[in-house]
Design a protein around this ligand. Structure first.
Ligand SMILES: [Zn+2]
Length: 280
């Protein structure tokens, strides 16, 4: 198994652009869009897909005029092109696990037409059935209009505990250990994705939290991030409980799990540095 940490394009809320996406060049307030490409023996698996290639070609339609204006998204680094730069084709990606279907995570699904998309049932239901102002802002029907091949997960009796997290399930059809870890709150069916590597577990926590300081003791978070996070929460209490559990896990002495979130530039830089040191 080989792991690649990729930035599918974050936001630059205070304007400006990076020279490139190298770790260490991020400015205060900048975010990343942390996706993970996993090389298994016979296939590639992707965790989250970023805004996608279509966002580069037709941004207002693909991510929405308001999002473009308010968050200043970085749209010029679609994951599919990074996969191709690594020497693969888009057809090599056979499985995608999406932490949730927000426009900045699901926008690249259409770029991988041969992939089965693993998603929580509650998330798919939220996308297709319930529409309040939050759903209208965060979900873009155009991004799923191609009709992905879904593999849907509901919480059921056969699921198990994993380091105190409940209703955890193995991603279907893979021999390696990849787990769906329900972390609802940001959205109804938000999940984390746990992967067992030769060096131990990592957990991509998606948007269950957004800043590394939230895992610190005591937790801290920049005001702007806190406002945005709370505005977009679907279930604030569930989010708070899941953050609490994640903190407990991170603070365990010699914690057996490397936890990171989707948008924290500091965590992304740490993982990329460890990767270039051959440690991730
Ligand atoms: Zn997000």
């Amino acid at each position: 198994m080989r792991i690649h940490h990729l930035d599918g394009g974050g936001t630059r809320p205070f304007g400006g652009r990076l020279v490139d996406g190298r770790p260490g060049l991020f400015r205060r307030g900048d975010t990343v869009n942390h996706c993970v490409l996993i090389e298994l023996e016979t296939r590639l698996v992707l965790i989250d897909t970023g805004y996608g290639e279509q966002a580069l070609l037709r941004p207002n339609e693909w991510v929405g005029r308001q999002v473009v204006r308010r968050t200043n998204p970085v749209l010029d680094k679609p994951i599919v092109r990074q996969v191709e730069t690594l020497g693969f084709s888009r057809a090599d990606v056979r499985d995608i696990v999406v932490t949730h279907l927000d426009l900045d995570h699901a926008g690249g699904l259409v770029d991988f037409p041969h992939a089965t998309v693993h998603v929580h049932q509650a998330e798919l239901a939220a996308f297709t059935e319930t529409y309040g102002w939050r759903e209208r802002f965060r979900y873009r029907p155009v991004q799923l209009a191609h009709g992905p091949t879904w593999s849907v997960y509901a919480e059921c009796d056969s699921s198990k505990d994993w380091f105190g997290f409940q209703s955890v399930e193995q991603v279907r059809g893979l021999s390696s250990e990849l787990l769906i870890v329900p972390l609802a709150g940001h959205t109804r069916g938000h999940i984390g994705v746990a992967v067992r590597t030769a060096r131990g577990w990592f957990l991509h926590a998606g948007d269950a939290y957004t800043h590394h300081g939230q895992m610190a003791d005591p937790p801290r978070m920049p005001l702007l991030g806190r406002v945005f996070e709370q505005t977009m929460d679907t279930h604030r209490r569930q989010r708070a409980e899941n953050q609490h559990r994640l903190r407990d896990l991170v603070r365990e002495p010699d914690t057996p799990v490397n936890v990171f979130s989707a948008h924290c530039a500091t965590e992304f830089a740490r993982l990329c540095n460890a990767q270039s040191d051959g440690d991730a």
